[in-house]
Design a protein around this ligand. Structure first.
Ligand code: NG6
Ligand code: CA
Length: 521
């Protein structure tokens, strides 16, 4: 009898230990070895939002209360950079931690460009997947799809799902480029075998109207470029035929992406998840939903920023309602600086008033001057980040290594610096130096100094009316004293200039065999 009792007791203890082991294992995907719960990570990425477009960065006329809330409750970086002054290169660097100038294909991509990221390449979503995360992208992709010969009527691959995202709901390129359809996990949403989709960037399909030849069909006029196929009364870049039911309605795009992003959060609230929410605003064509028309008093460009700000508020509310805010690191930034007229007549210039999308900075999108790449950059993590302003030099390229550190991954990326404590507001010790890029031209930021080597090419991009940073001379600015880059100190500080040129050549020279093409004089 005694023996039986003892046996039972052993059996019970064994059972309890066994259950504890199983339950422990269930949690292991959510926890690191230390037992800490892995936080969710949300990157909110805007398209062409300028340094001065946000209330927290000095905008008065244009109001962005929801972004401001993140800035006030988190770390607001004053010296935060996108890797490039255009979209595809910045997005490439964000996801891979590799400078875009190392990859000669990392330029603004067409809607039929092949996938820019090698499927063997380590990326943020791959790194997080390996740590047990669910990974999703909703919004603008613009990193190419397929192998350059895509059939839009079958599985479009490789794409985001092949470089680390378990879930993707994207637009292929930009809102102004065909194909103007959403793609979910590699399949065009609403595709119809009876109305196949064809896309061509070289020539039109016989009989299809274009912005150039059919102005009577347009509800938005093109200013430069953007005169090929017409979708929803808006002329686009590139030609497209078919897929009538699949074509997006531009005015609904913000709501569609927001709904998908929220759905993703609700579906994955039990996992640790990574959500890359890549909003399309305020890139052209600017098409606010009617709820936002007129809200900014600045025309469509201001209205879509108000719309984007609202979407961000809704997304954060969703996290809050689900009790996830204290376990979610949010990083908000923009892929490049601002532009007013980027190819359509949409009153962006005419209704701007006193608003300065570039703030106190010089240049804008496409520019090597500061407004090209210095962008709003905010980290927010309720109860985990002390509200603060940071002047540390940081780049989106550093998100890779910093997140790796956060989640206990050993992965590294060639150009990504581990600045977790800076992103969490615990240190002001940012990067020492950073190479900035604008359409393959590069410059060096080190400390307070910026050196732009001589480049051929126009000083001003006439159509968009933006100073590009090109000059026959070396340009050297002290950004601490001269944030507007007005005073070229190259001649008065020859030693500093030489130091900057040497370092620039060292970074670019040892890492790129393209140094001769830099037009260095
Ligand atoms: C340019 C387009 C511009 C915009 C940009 C990409 C013309 C004349 N201009 O070529 O409108 O689409 O590409 O912007 O076509 S980005 O933010 O995605 O880099
Ligand atoms: Ca952009």
């Amino acid at each position: 009898m005694k023996n039986k009792n003892l046996e039972m007791r052993f059996f019970k203890i064994f059972l309890i230990l066994y259950l504890a082991l199983i339950l422990g294992n269930c949690n292991s995907s959510k926890e690191q070895e230390s037992g800490e719960v892995l936080p969710n990570i949300v990157i909110i990425y805007l398209d062409d939002l300028g340094y001065g477009d946000v209330g927290a960065y000095g905008s008065v006329a244009l109001k962005t209360p929801n972004i401001d809330k993140l800035a006030k409750g988190g770390v607001r970086f004053t010296d935060g950079y996108a890797s490039s002054a255009t979209c595809s290169p910045s997005r490439y660097a964000l996801l891979t931690g590799i400078y875009p100038w190392r990859n000669e294909r990392a330029k603004i991509l067409s809607g039929t460009a092949p996938l820019l990221i090698d499927t063997a390449q380590m990326t943020i979503p791959k790194m997080l997947s390996a740590r047990g995360y669910s990974t999703g992208i909703v919004g603008k992709w613009h990193l190419g799809l397929g192998d350059g010969n895509v059939d839009w009527n079958t599985h479009v691959s490789p794409g985001p799902n092949e470089v680390g995202f378990d879930y993707s709901y994207i637009m292929a390129a930009t809102q102004d480029r065909v194909p103007t359809v959403y793609i979910e996990n590699g399949f065009v949403v609403g595709r119809d075998p009876d109305d196949p989709i064809y896309v061509n960037y070289q020539e039109n399909f016989p009989g299809e109207p274009t912005g150039k030849d059919n102005p009577e069909l347009l509800k938005m006029k093109w200013h430069h470029g953007h005169n090929s196929s017409i979708v929803n009364g808006i002329p686009r870049i590139g030609y497209m035929k078919g897929g009538e039911k699949a074509k997006w309605v531009d005015e609904d795009m913000a709501d569609v992406f927001l709904a998908k992003a929220r759905e993703y959060i609700l579906d994955h609230k039990e996992d640790p998840f990574f959500l890359y929410y890549a909003l399309q605003q305020p890139h052209v064509p600017r098409t606010p939903h009617e709820r936002f028309v007129g809200r900014s008093g600045m025309g469509p460009r201001g209205d879509v920023i108000v719309e984007a700000d609202w979407c961000i508020g809704e997304l954060v509310s969703t996290l809050d309602e689900q009790g996830l805010l204290e376990n979610t690191l949010i990083i908000l930034s923009s892929d490049n600086g601002p532009v007013l007229n980027d190819g359509y007549y949409d009153d962006a210039v005419e209704k701007l008033g006193d608003h300065k999308p570039w703030g106190l900075l010089r240049g804008g999108k496409y520019s090597l001057f500061q407004a090209g790449t210095r962008v709003p950059f905010i980290t927010y993590w309720k109860s985990n980040i002390e509200p603060n302003t940071s002047n540390a030099l940081v780049s989106q390229i550093d998100i890779f290594a910093s997140i790796a550190q956060l989640v206990g991954s050993q992965e590294t990326a060639p150009d990504s610096e581990q600045l977790l404590n800076v992103f969490l507001g615990k240190s002001q010790q940012g990067r020492e130096e950073l190479i900035l890029e604008a359409t393959t031209r590069t410059a060096l930021r080190k400390g307070d100094w910026l050196m732009i080597p001589p480049y051929d090419g126009p000083a001003v991009a006439a159509q968009v009316n933006i100073e590009l940073g090109n000059s026959e001379e070396y340009q050297l600015f002290n950004l601490k004293d001269d944030i507007g880059e007005q005073k070229n100190l190259a001649e008065s500080y020859p030693d500093k200039l030489k130091e900057m040129i040497d370092l620039y050549r060292e970074i670019r020279g040892t890492s790129s065999d393209k140094i001769e093409q830099l037009e260095l004089k």
